[in-house]
Design a protein around this ligand. Structure first.
Ligand SMILES: *Cc1c(COP(=O)(O)O)cnc(C)c1O
Length: 845
């Protein structure tokens, strides 16, 4: 693919360029690969040990180091030799054929654009909040490992998501430190002549500038936009100020920048991805801009352009409840997009609003980004098997009278980028057992290989990880207390909290009501007994932020902070402030058991528990999200049985009781039941099963392979077909849709007769098509069940005297009673996705 943009480093401190080895450092420092490949750590540590350990940001180290220090370190021939080896390894990793090149050498897939509001790639680039950013970041990294031609598209926020401190009264304080782009591993995108690549976004009465940036993420790149350009009005400079801050107007403008600005940026870079992956509905405006550019290229009207480009769009939904969808007041959407609709898309404001509405004519209905996304996509998926089913119910209103199972939402279960979340020791263990490139291809014998590691080795690995976490938690606690002005006596206590031979439970996530972060506090006395048991104690490490607007979430934080300050548990329970990627890493590497207690089925997938797998931690979770499909008794523990009481208080009490009982009767005894060598053999057996069976399955490499084969490759083909000859097939599809819309009402099912003989049902149905073309529909016999049964009838002969009336026939084995079947008529077209692209349906009864 040709790219007119040349990559130069405007931030290069010119005086340094004559230092031998400096160029090599630049390339390494700007690659987010350092967030999972630790081969370069030593060089940053050598340049500035303290700064490195605090920031883990090679770019900051390189920006800060003095010329003298740089000359001194690079003056060492051995350092330069090691550096050259690293540069060569990076080049090879970037160029060697990877899974995608090997598995799909003939693929007609030029590029995938992956749009997301947030990306969690590393501590050095704080442009994320939590789970959604984690999914985006880990999938981008895995896509690179697999050699997939993916470009990420996101926003560069001036102050990311808020940072948390806990004050001396136990309350959360929200801070918004400024992200100085000069200190972030991002580089401006420049034109060949050095001009900063910027795109223009049309807001009401105003064109604003959006600046383009790029981030190198191993083999792939992430493009970011920000509006903090001097040429913009202050109000517009603030559009990209904060992630999930402000009100709905700020959110809307951010989503315009992401979707419309993002697609324009790709075009300005000379990129024309066949596939556009919308990670959550936030990015759905990309659908409009992609169609607009198709209109400009081909001269087609909006509906044809949408039909053509839709085939290449994929929408991944992450929400388990309708309130989770982004919705905007119609007046606000009209204010910002009214002129765009009329002048650029050539459609009325009402037609635009209808794309985000259930009922086109309902003027009071807000504009729902998820509706726009599904109407603008050729495929839709949820993020776990259970979430797929939940999403089909959420999207069912768009497909009235269709069986739930046929609502066109599938699922691809998330996974995590294992190299990012494994500890150095886990990496070593897996490398010895399974080899170096284990996460970059197909699964092969990974499971069997890791299962061969001995009990003693596994247990040693585990106990060392616990000890490392205890050290880290103590240090972080002391530091955190210092920052919040706690008395010296507290800090002294903090230096001795926790114990490395005690069973460690971890709970860290967003503090929001549905995740029930205080479930363990249901009966504080019972929890205290668990923690302080004289022979079999338990310790607890907690972390999590509550959105600054969420009072309930903040109250739950305070509840925990007050609990951990009780003298009797102070040494067994700690709350670590400012849950972020670095803290997650340490926690998932060190805990014995990772707890998750959401209110089912609100957790769409959940990913934090997957991060413990590679490190030998075990999961204890409600059967929700990924755990509902991953759990078996050999690999961990399940809370509840997947049933849900309509009364939340009743359910909470029941789950709390089950959680205590599970810990008291199973988890704790098993951890402390040791053989003569001191190994808890049953525990280690669980670890082994969890590592062997679940790690390959819940790795982002599996997720991305699945996206590629199930969606990206077919979507690229479908888009090319529809886009060919200026969208000829898309135009035909639109004609078919229109015909159905106009003439569906004239369709009528007549007599349906079933005769059963010799083990066969003979079905004959009469259908009056009215003005409809017989080829535009399919007549089917449908029977409910798991799975449902659906068989097409054949058109037989015209009905006497009827205009456009036909008899349809089918013969089928009489394996179930004829009464189980119902006749129905649905749209049919060789190119169309039904019901996604035409949701008409008529039933016999
Ligand atoms: C992994 C991760 C998440 C997502 O965790 P869930 O359990 O899926 O909610 C959120 N925040 C951070 C910092 C993470 O590392």
């Amino acid at each position: 693919m040709s790219e007119p943009i040349h990559f130069i480093h405007p931030k290069q401190r010119l005086a340094f360029h004559d230092i031998e080895g400096f160029e090599a450092l630049l390339g390494l420092a700007l690659d987010m690969r350092s967030s999972w490949n630790h081969a370069t750590d030593w060089i940053w540590r050598q340049l500035d040990e303290q700064l490195w350990s605090q920031t883990r940001n090679p770019w900051v180290v390189l920006q800060t180091v003095s010329q003298g220090r740089l000359r001194q370190v690079l003056g060492d021939a051995d350092v330069r030799r090691r550096l050259a080896t690293l540069v060569e390894a990076r080049r090879q990793a970037a160029e060697a054929p990877a899974w995608f090149q090997q598995a799909h050498p003939q693929a007609a897939l030029g590029a995938v654009a992956y749009f997301s509001m947030e990306f969690m790639l590393g501590e050095s680039l704080p442009i994320y909040s939590g789970g959604l950013g984690n999914v985006a970041g880990d999938q981008l990294k895995a896509a690179g490992d697999l050699g997939l031609p993916v470009y990420g598209v996101g926003l560069l926020y001036q102050s990311g998501y808020f940072r948390q401190t806990i004050d001396s009264a136990g309350a959360q304080r929200a801070l918004n430190p400024f992200n100085d782009p000069g200190q972030l591993p991002v580089t401006p995108l420049r034109q060949a002549d050095g001009e900063w690549l910027r795109v223009r976004l049309e807001l009401p009465g105003q064109l604003i500038w959006l600046r383009g940036w790029q981030v190198q993420v191993g083999r792939v790149r992430l493009f970011l936009l920000d509006s903090n350009d001097m040429a913009n009005y202050p109000v517009h400079r603030g559009i990209t100020s904060q992630l999930y801050g402000g009100g709905s107007e700020l959110r809307l403008t951010q989503e315009l920048v992401l979707g419309i600005g993002g697609w324009q940026l790709l075009r300005a870079l000379g990129l024309q991805p066949e596939v556009c992956h919308l990670n959550e509905g936030h990015a759905a405006f990309a659908v409009l801009e992609r169609a607009r550019q198709f209109m400009a290229d081909t001269g087609q009207p909006f509906d044809v352009a949408l039909a053509a480009t839709r085939a290449g769009n994929l929408f991944t939904t992450h929400t388990a409840v309708t309130v989770g969808f982004d919705r905007f007041a119609p007046a606000l959407v009209e204010q910002y997009l009214g002129a765009y609709a009329e002048q650029r898309l050539g459609i009325s404001r009402r037609a635009l609003l209808a794309l985000g509405r259930l009922e086109a004519g309902n003027d009071g209905e807000p504009f729902n980004m998820a509706w726009l996304a599904i109407r603008g996509s050729g495929a839709v998926n949820g993020v776990s098997r259970l979430h797929g089913a939940v999403s089909r119910a959420l999207f069912a209103p768009l497909f009235p009278r269709w069986p739930l199972a046929e609502v066109p939402v599938g699922h691809i279960t998330n996974g995590v980028h294992m190299p990012t979340w494994d500890s150095a020791q886990a990496d070593e263990l897996w490398t010895t057992a399974c080899g170096k490139n284990r996460w970059s291809g197909t699964v092969g014998t990974l499971g069997e290989d890791i299962a061969c590691v001995s009990d003693a080795q596994l247990w040693q690995f585990r106990t060392a990880a616990s000890a490392a976490l205890v050290d880290y938690a103590r240090a972080r606690l002391v530091w955190q207390m210092g920052a919040s002005g706690a008395p010296e006596a507290w800090r002294e206590t903090a230096r001795h909290v926790l114990d490395c031979n005690t069973l460690t439970l971890g709970f860290a996530r967003r503090f929001v009501a549905y995740k029930r972060p205080n479930l363990l506090l249901h009966d504080p006395q019972r929890l205290i007994r668990l923690l302080t048991h004289p022979q079999r104690p338990v310790q607890l490490i907690l972390a999590g932020k509550a959105h600054p607007e969420d009072r309930r979430g903040q109250a739950m934080i305070r509840q925990w902070v007050e609990f951990v300050r009780r003298p009797e548990v102070r040494h067994r329970a700690v709350f670590l402030a400012d849950y972020d990627m670095q803290l997650t890493e340490r926690l998932v590497q060190g805990v014995d058991v990772w707890l998750n207690t959401p209110r089912r089925p609100w957790e769409a997938c959940g990913t934090s528990g997957m991060k413990t797998l590679v490190n030998g931690g075990l999961n204890l979770s409600v059967l929700d999200g990924w755990w509902a499909e991953a759990y078996t008794p050999e690999v961990g523990w399940a809370l509840g049985n997947g049933e849900q009481d309509p009364d939340e208080a009743v359910q909470d009490a029941r789950d709390a009781e089950a959680l205590y009982a599970l810990l008291e009767n199973e988890v704790v005894p098993q951890f402390y039941q040791r053989d003569a060598q001191g190994i808890p053999t049953a525990w280690v057996a669980r670890m082994r099963q969890s590592m062997a069976r679940l790690t390959p399955q819940y790795s982002a490499a599996r997720t991305v392979r699945e996206y590629t084969e199930t969606h990206y490759l077919p979507a690229a083909v479908a888009y090319r077909e529809r886009a060919a000859e200026r969208g000829a097939r898309a135009a035909a599809l639109v004609r078919w849709q229109r015909e159905l819309d106009e003439k569906w009402a004239s369709l009528r099912i007549g007599e349906v007769r079933v005769t059963t003989q010799d083990g066969l049902h003979q079905v004959e149905a009469q259908l009056y098509l009215g003005d409809l073309d017989a080829d535009a529909v399919r007549v089917e016999l449908y029977a409910d069940g798991q799975p449902a049964e659906c068989r097409a009838l054949q058109r037989a002969h015209a009905l006497v005297g009827a205009t456009h009336g036909y008899a349809y026939r089918l013969e089928l084995p009489a394996e179930r009673p004829a009464g189980d079947y119902t006749l129905r008529v649905v749209p049919a077209h060789p190119d169309a996705k039904v019901p996604l692209e035409s949701a008409h349906i008529i039933w016999e009864r």
